[in-house]
Ligand binder design. Sequence first.
Ligand code: HEM
Length: 557
Amino acid sequence: MVFYFKFSGENTIPSIWNQGIGILTSISTTILKQQQNVVERGGDRKQLTLMTIASGVLGAYAVWKIKRHFWGENKKWSPSEVKLVPGGLPYFGHYFELSSDPIGFIKRCKAENGPVFILQINGKMIYVLTGPLIYEEMLKKRKLYSFSLGLESFLPMRRALKISYDHKYKGEQLERRDKNPVIYPIQHNFKADQISAFSERIQLGLNKVLEEQLKLEKGEKIIMPLWDILSTSISQISCLAFAGRNIAYNQELVVEMANFTRKLQKIGMVLMTFPDWIANLIIKRYLSVESQLDLIMDLIVPEMQKMRSGEISDDSEPTYISMVLNLPKADGQRRTPKEAAFYFRYIVMASIHTTTQYTSFALHELACRPALVAALRTEIESLDKKTPETIGEIRLMDSFLREVLRFNSHILGLHHKTTQDALLPSTGQIIPKDSLVLAALLDSHMNPEIMTETTNLESSTSPLNQFDAYRYMSAKQEYDDSNNMRSSTISHELLTFGMFSHACPGRYFAVNEIKYILAQFIIRYNITTQTGKRAEDFIFGGMSRFPPREPLVFEGR
Ligand code: HEM
């Protein structure tokens, strides 16, 4: 038996690690075989003892070699550490540099520090991953990088809930083997070919809000911000699709659910800006979400009780609340209506704000492009029936929406937190446990070296740093073709919905809904900016990008 190993200075960490592990594995396998031999065939016990001792010595030597290589003489971690970008102000750190020129600043950081670096923003140390590290490490290795923990640091849902509601109800404690009551129902009931089940409710919800709140005569003009009307429309649609017609027309629910996520977002901003003790005081006093949660429970629990008792038939219409109520726990038990109803808050949070955000970006892109609006209008008006299904198939609409999702992505997004020390094999660096890790999304979406399939498209003629609604016109469109580039297709060339098994399961619903809303706005109104130019986005913390707050001009058609 010969153990051959060699440590060279050029070895990467994983290869050295793998060698080490390989040696230890061979040692233990050999000992086990010998032991089996002794037990089964009465082999030589002396030889086994000698071999165990020799192997122990060799094993210890291998471990010592590995340790020495990684930690060096001074017992310090010797693989290169991720660099903190130099400069920055006390406390604010790189906030101002990042906010004033996000694309240029990230490019400079990359050129000077490599594909991963640390930024300091408002007192937080943030590891920034760029290019392939985003999907090959962060999005693929979910055991090392937790989205829920990362998001909690920026949009502290759990903390906000705790402060607001723990004194009333804490919700169920999930077991490890439980199917996730937020993700599972969406993953299994909101697939591309299941979306038509919600089509009628998307139309009903939007048309109701626009008829009631934005009915304009031909030529009548009004100047107003987009957010409120959009978030109310999307909240109405979400309440219909997720909670069902019996309770979705409750106006208080629609308004409060539209506000719920906004409030949570404000809480996130307060927690990012102030020390914890001041933030806690502000949240408790001014931003508590207690009344919203009360409303959810007051309306949804009795509805679920009726479902459970059979008073409302299970198959009357598919809703998220019926799905979660019928999802058994790992031990086969059913959730109580109270336990199940409490999950509704998460679905509201996952769906309303994100969808409002991208619909708003899309309308701001349209408001300064009259020729594009005219082209889309011609397509929409030529349809016999204007439903989410038919509108969803307009190629220009899909190309436009994919471009909106690419071009308007966050500067730094997909907030994750490391659950243990995370090794980056390609750079030999390590990100320590409990670090905040963000993806340089916008940089990736504008990098020709990453966006090769996009730039190779015949229709992709403009540089990636320009908005081009026609960019994806020549892309394959079929749902069953994994190489397609539809607005709902996830890939490393469109990271807005994440990637791999944890990618957004609501994306088919979201793009269908957004396209239908855009089509209705295009048919009903002429929408322009007051200056004729694309209004400025609102950048928070130098990282998150929100649609412009500038009011738009709506003219009835
Ligand atoms: C334009 C709108 C939307 C955007 C940009 C968006 C984006 C995202 C992103 C980036 C993630 C995290 C992916 C990851 O962990 O890597 C996510 C997760 C999720 N989204 Fe969406 N989303 C949108 C709309 C929706 C809608 C409408 C629903 C519900 C129908 C939804 C339900 C969810 C759920 C349940 C998760 C958790 C998935 C998991 O952890 O496995 N989203 N979404």
